[in-house]
Ligand binder design. Structure first.
Ligand SMILES: NC(=O)c1ccc[n+]([C@@H]2O[C@H](COP(=O)([O-])OP(=O)(O)OC[C@H]3O[C@@H](n4cnc5c(N)ncnc54)[C@H](OP(=O)(O)O)[C@@H]3O)[C@@H](O)[C@H]2O)c1
Length: 337
C-alpha cells in the first residue's frame, strides 16, 4: 500500500515546543475523488502562525493528539478530476504537514495555481504569503516616503526581509532589527538595508537611536512586547506603526500589553493592524511586482532549509526559538518525481 507520511501532534506544547510534542504518523496515500486533485507535496513552509494553530488561538480549533499539523505546501498535481488542473501543474495548498493531499480543485483559499518564474520554494516565502504580508504593510498600510526612515524587526526572516526591500525600492532609508550579528550581516549585505541593530547586545536602544537620528517614520513590527515599547519611544512626528506579528509572545501564556502608548499622542502617530488575508485579492498584482524586483536583483532571498518530513518538528522548534536564519523550509520530495 502506498503510504502518506504525516507530522501529527503528540501532545500540546507547553511554552516553546519540543520535538517530542510531535509524532510521525502515516495513513494510506489518498486518491483524488470527483472534482478533486491529488497533490504530491514538494516543499513545506514552517511559519510562526502554526504555533497558534496548534494551540487553537489561530484557526479553527485546538489540535488534539494525532491531528495533522496545519500548514502550507507547494506541490505538483499528480492526479486531477478538476477542469482547472492537470497533472504536472504546480500549486500551493493548505495541506498540513504531510506528503500527499487530496482537495477540491476549485477550493479558493485552499489551492492556488502557480506559474513559476522563479525557484519553486520562493512561492512559500518572498513570492508567497510572507511576501504578500510585507507588501500589504509597505504598499497599502504605511508606505514610506522618499528618504523616510523605515524600521523592521525580525529583519532577516521572510516577512521582514521583503518588507525592508520593498521599502528600499520606494526610496526609504531602511534599518533592520535582528537577533544576531549573522542576521544583521544578512540584512545589510544581502538584503541591502542601510543599517541593522542586533537587539541582543546590551546597548541596542542606543544603537537604534544612532541609526535613526531623525526618528522612525515607519515601524513594521513583527515582534511586539518590549521591542514594540522601545520603538514607540523612537517615533518621529506623524510616525506610522504596522502591527504585523508579536512573536515574542507566541510561546507565553497571557500576552503582554504594550506599556508605552504615550508617544502615540505626543507624536500624532498611528498604529494599524495587518492581516494578510485582506490582501489576498491583490495576490496576482503582488506576485507580478515582486517577481519583477526579483528578476532585477532587488529582492534577495535566504532560506533555512532541511530535507525530510521527519526533520520538520526539530526545524519548527528552531523557528520557535528564533534560531532560524531566513525562511524556514522543509524539502519533502524532489521537484521532479
Ligand atoms: N499579520 C499577518 O497577517 C502575518 C502574516 C505572516 C506573518 N506574520 C508575522 O510576521 C512575523 C514574521 O514572520 P516570518 O514568517 O517572517 O518569521 P521569521 O522572521 O522567519 O521567524 C521569526 C523570527 O522572529 C524573531 N523573534 C523575535 N523575538 C522572538 C522570540 N521571542 N521568539 C522567537 N523568535 C523571535 C527571530 O528573529 P530575530 O532573532 O531576528 O529576533 C525569528 O527568527 C511573525 O510575528 C509572524 O507571526 C503576520
Amino acid at each position: 500500500m502506498a503510504v502518506n507520511l504525516q507530522v501529527q501532534l503528540a501532545r500540546q506544547p507547553e511554552g516553546v515546543p519540543k520535538p517530542g510534542d510531535f509524532q510521525i504518523g502515516q495513513g494510506p496515500r489518498p486518491a483524488a475523488g470527483p472534482g478533486q486533485i491529488l497533490v504530491r507535496n514538494i516543499y513545506l513552509s514552517l511559519d510562526p502562525y502554526q504555533r497558534g494553530a496548534i494551540a487553537g488561538t489561530f484557526g479553527p480549533a485546538r489540535l488534539n493528539q494525532g491531528d495533522v499539523i496545519m500548514g502550507r505546501c507547494l506541490g505538483e498535481v499528480v492526479e486531477s478530476h478538476h477542469p482547472n488542473h492537470k497533472p504536472g501543474d504546480i500549486v500551493v495548498v493548505e495541506s498540513g504537514w504531510q506528503q500527499y493531499f487530496a482537495v477540491d480543485g476549485g477550493a479558493a483559499g485552499l489551492v492556488r495555481k502557480i506559474k513559476p518564474e522563479a525557484p519553486l520554494s520562493l512561492y512559500l516565502g518572498a513570492l508567497g504569503p510572507p511576501g504578500l504580508t510585507a507588501w500589504g504593510g509597505v504598499e497599502r498600510l504605511a508606505p514610506p516616503g522618499l528618504g523616510e526612515t523605515f524600521v523592521v524587526s525580525a529583519a532577516s526572516g521572510p516577512v521582514g526581509s521583503v518588507a525592508g526591500q520593498l521599502a528600499k525600492a520606494k526610496g526609504a532609508r531602511v534599518v533592520g532589527i535582528a537577533g544576531s550579528e549573522e542576521k544583521c550581516r544578512l540584512a545589510t549585505q544581502k538584503f541591502g538595508f542601510d543599517a541593522c541593530v542586533n537587539y541582543k547586545t546590551a546597548d541596542w536602544t542606543a544603537a537604534l537611536k544612532a541609526a535613526c537620528p531623525g526618528g522612525v517614520n515607519v515601524y513594521f513590527d513583527n515582534v511586539g512586547g518590549a521591542m514594540l515599547d522601545a520603538l514607540l519611544a523612537e517615533l518621529a512626528a506623524f510616525g506610522r506603526v504596522v502591527l504585523c506579528g508579536f512573536i515574542s509572545q507566541y510561546n507565553v501564556t497571557g500576552a503582554r500589553a504594550t506599556n508605552n502608548l504615550g508617544p502615540l499622542i505626543a507624536k500624532r502617530a498611528t498604529m494599524k493592524g495587518l492581516v494578510v488575508y485582506d490582501f489576498l485579492g491583490e495576490t496576482d498584482q503582488f506576485i507580478k511586482a515582486a517577481t519583477a524586483l526579483w528578476k532585477q536583483g532587488k529582492l534577495a532571498t535566504h532560506e533555512d532549509r532541511v530535507a525530510g518530513i521527519e526533520n520538520a518538528p526539530a526545524h519548527f522548534v528552531k523557528l520557535m526559538k528564533g534560531e532560524n536564519v531566513g525562511k524556514a523550509i522543509v524539502a519533502l520530495a524532489p521537484e521532479k518525481a
